[in-house]
Design a protein around this ligand. Structure first.
Ligand code: HEM
Ligand SMILES: *[C@@H]1O[C@H](CO)[C@@H](O)[C@H](O)[C@H]1NC(C)=O
Ligand SMILES: *[C@@H]1O[C@H](CO)[C@@H](O)[C@H](O)[C@H]1NC(C)=O
Ligand SMILES: *[C@@H]1O[C@H](CO)[C@@H](O)[C@H](O)[C@H]1NC(C)=O
Ligand SMILES: *[C@@H]1O[C@H](CO)[C@@H](O)[C@H](O)[C@H]1NC(C)=O
Ligand SMILES: *[C@@H]1O[C@H](CO)[C@@H](O)[C@H](O)[C@H]1NC(C)=O
Length: 317
């Protein structure tokens, strides 16, 4: 064996070691024996929440994204602030904006009844994001399970790691590349904005100050979002906000992205061609989105004896 193939063997060993530390410990049938009903309880919990309020599907998807981008998918986003602890919920991208906690609590209560102390909040969040997308007509994907829950959360990491709607393309690219995502995966994941709503405060600058926006679209939004009041007034992120489709990309092509960051993906730059592809080929978008979600939901999971299985998703045991 020459020195270069020995180097290769060492590299392969190193890679399998690194894999073994993370996603290799996750498995699709993790609860097959310990909680066989978990997946169906979660799925029907999501279905009834989405039936009661279709937007909830979007809110649950976003909750999972905001969990995974901040120190991995460990349910840290669910921890309430306490007298001596400020967590992720009040960080700028989340405060007054993320929602769905009651739905997660309800599902957790039902799962606990079926098998106490077995199913982590992190796995519940991961499964609800998939089931939400499916409930709104989007693609499905296999979810590997075995994540455990954090015993901490980070206000400052949430402020640092979550992208902001004022970001330009290069800031967006570096935010996603910091988490290991390619430019194409970033654009696919951002197609999540095919569902859900944003508050006036998130798109005010865009509708008054951006130039790459359709004028009549901007005017109709200005009616809902005045210059100096109505911060919490809502507008849909695309023109079919309760259908997981590829209309988001068509909207970008006609300069009708709601957030400044959305329109950055179609603004004469390197990502225009990806937007064109997804607009033209909804199935390509659906499959790229599903693959990128699988990658996102395996970001730095706690496994083995790390972390815990929280009894109540809002606080550590
Ligand atoms: C590209 C960078 C991204 C930025 C800058 C961004 C920013 C935002 C903002 C500002 C809102 C509205 C929040 C509010 O006003 O209350 C929002 C909503 C949303 N985001 Fe993103 N986001 C990004 C990527 C993603 C990704 C990757 C996902 C999921 C895979 C996602 C899922 C959602 C969903 C579903 C909503 C609607 C939530 C609801 O209606 O409750 N976003 N996003
Ligand atoms: C604050 O921290 C102390 C020491 O870590 C802990 O004993 C106490 O329970 C905490 N209080 C709250 C309200 O979380
Ligand atoms: C979160 O929002 C509430 C209500 O708007 C506000 O009172 C609080 O100061 C905010 N928290 C942080 C950490 O900014
Ligand atoms: C993007 O924003 C950053 C930070 O404000 C700035 O330094 C950079 O020049 C901007 N890039 C482009 C291409 O506008
Ligand atoms: C738009 O830009 C102007 C000038 O930079 C600034 O004063 C204003 O606060 C911005 N936002 C809105 C909503 O007008
Ligand atoms: C802006 O949108 C309106 C309404 O959909 C459309 O009629 C108009 O042609 C668009 N303007 C431009 C410049 O594309």
């Amino acid at each position: 064996m020459g020195p270069s193939s020995m180097y290769n063997v060492a590299l392969i060993l190193l890679f399998s070691f690194l894999l073994g530390m993370s996603s290799a410990k996750l498995s699709e049938n993790f609860y097959e024996k310990s909680c066989p009903k978990a997946l169906s309880i979660i799925k029907s919990g999501v279905r009834s929440a989405v039936q009661a309020e279709p937007r909830m599907g979007a809110s649950l998807l976003r909750l999972h994204f905001h969990d995974c981008f901040v120190n991995g998918c460990d349910a840290s986003v669910l921890l309430d602030d306490t007298a001596n602890f400020t967590g992720e919920k009040s960080a700028a991208p989340n405060n007054g904006s993320i929602r769905g906690f009651d739905v997660i609590d309800n599902i957790k209560t039902q799962v606990e009844k079926s098998c106490p102390g077995v199913v982590s909040c992190a796995n519940i969040l991961t499964l609800t994001s998939r089931d939400s997308v499916v409930a709104l007509g989007g693609p499905s994907w296999k979810v590997l399970l075995g994540r455990r829950d954090s015993t901490t959360a980070s206000f400052s990491d949430a402020n640092r790691d979550l992208p902001a709607p004022v970001f330009n393309l290069s800031q967006l690219i570096s935010s996603f590349s910091n988490k290991g995502f390619s430019v194409r995966e970033m654009v696919a994941l951002s197609g999540a904005h095919t569902i859900g709503q944003a508050r006036c405060v998130s798109f005010r600058d865009r509708i008054y100050n951006d130039t790459n926006i359709n004028a009549s679209f901007a005017r109709s939004l200005q009616a809902k979002c005045p210059r100096s009041e109505g911060d919490n007034n809502l507008a849909p992120l695309d023109s079919s906000p309760i259908e997981f489709d590829s209309v988001y990309f068509k909207n970008l092509q006609s300069q009708k992205g709601l957030l400044h960051s959305d329109q950055e993906f179609f603004n004469g730059g390197s990502t225009d061609s990806i937007v064109n592809t997804y607009s033209l080929n909804p199935l390509t978008f659906a499959s790229d989105f599903a693959n990128a979600m699988v990658k996102m939901n395996t970001l730095s999971p706690l496994t083995g004896s790390n972390g815990e299985i929280r009894k109540n998703c809002r606080k550590i045991n």
